[in-house]
Design a protein. Structure first.
Length: 52
């Protein structure tokens, strides 16, 4: 069974989050609307370089 580090190296975080949240790329990061908050503007940031 693969560990978390192996999964993080294999799967891009923006692909995983993009399954639930519509993401747009304004620069070196992605933004989208957080599914846990009722805000209408993008308030979720995904940093592919750091996997966060």
């Amino acid at each position: 069974m693969p560990n978390c580090a192996a999964i993080k190296q294999t799967v891009r975080i923006e692909d995983v989050i993009g399954r639930v949240v519509s993401l747009k790329r304004p620069g070196h990061w992605f933004v989208g609307r957080c599914p846990f908050h009722p805000y209408s503007h993008p308030n979720l940031v995904v940093w592919p370089k750091t996997g966060t």
